[in-house]
Ligand binder design. Structure first.
Ligand SMILES: C[S@@+](CC[C@H](N)C(=O)[O-])C[C@H]1O[C@@H](n2cnc3c(N)ncnc32)[C@H](O)[C@@H]1O
Length: 187
């Protein structure tokens, strides 16, 4: 089983910033590195699964004509809407329905290791079916996640399941890695 909804809600019970995204120099530098890892200067429409309180979206909104974020936790989305008023934010616990959109950028930052293998397979199927041409960016914590799946275990499972895309690691530190995927044969 992946990390349950109760656990996610518990993380946000006392604060809308459980990981200290807003003030952590480490997190802000990682968000900048994520933006730098993208292949283009502009996207038509981006979608982030597990967008949290919108701190990463704040770094990306300037290069996305439209941005949609989804998170399971309502209070995270309330904070995200304040941080990025021009974004569209929807509540949803994955696996479950994903929003409509003609997305050309999919952002999977620090979220894959909250799922289980069935959820990763489902996400790969959803992407291959609905957004097969999208660029995908994955950001992955390399330390202990405290979740049933470790970061690189989840990333590898997802990359294997999404055989329509080719993955390349574009940045790696002791703590995290950033991987980018394009449709097979595109680059
Ligand atoms: C570590 S935070 C990452 C936030 C943001 N993507 C970033 O990189 O800064 C993980 C977020 O994913 C959300 N999340 C985890 N599992 C989820 C699921 N199954 N469905 C929807 N959201 C989920 C959590 O509520 C949390 O806000």
């Amino acid at each position: 089983m992946g990390v349950g909804l109760d656990h996610l809600q518990g993380l946000y019970a006392e604060t809308s910033d459980p990981w200290g995204f807003e003030h952590s120099a480490y997190e802000q530098a990682k968000f900048a590195a994520t933006r730098a890892a993208l292949s283009q200067d502009g996207y038509r429409s981006a979608f982030e699964v597990g967008c949290g309180n919108g701190q990463l979206a704040r770094h990306l909104i300037g290069i996305c004509a439209r941005y949609t974020g989804m998170d399971a936790v309502a209070s995270a989305l309330t904070a995200a809407r304040k941080t990025v008023p021009e974004g569209r934010f929807v509540q949803g616990f994955y696996p479950g329905p994903l929003p409509e959109g003609d997305f050309d950028l999919l952002i999977l930052s620090e979220v894959l290791y909250f799922l289980d293998h069935a959820g990763l397979d489902q996400l790969a199927t959803d992407i291959a079916t609905r957004w097969p041409q999208a660029e995908i960016i994955c950001v992955t914590w390399r330390g202990d996640t405290g979740n049933p799946l470790q970061g690189e275990e989840a990333l590898n499972g997802f990359a294997k399941a999404l055989d329509t895309h080719a993955f390349t690691c574009v940045s790696k530190t002791e703590n995290y890695r950033i991987d980018r995927a394009f449709p097979e044969g595109d680059r």
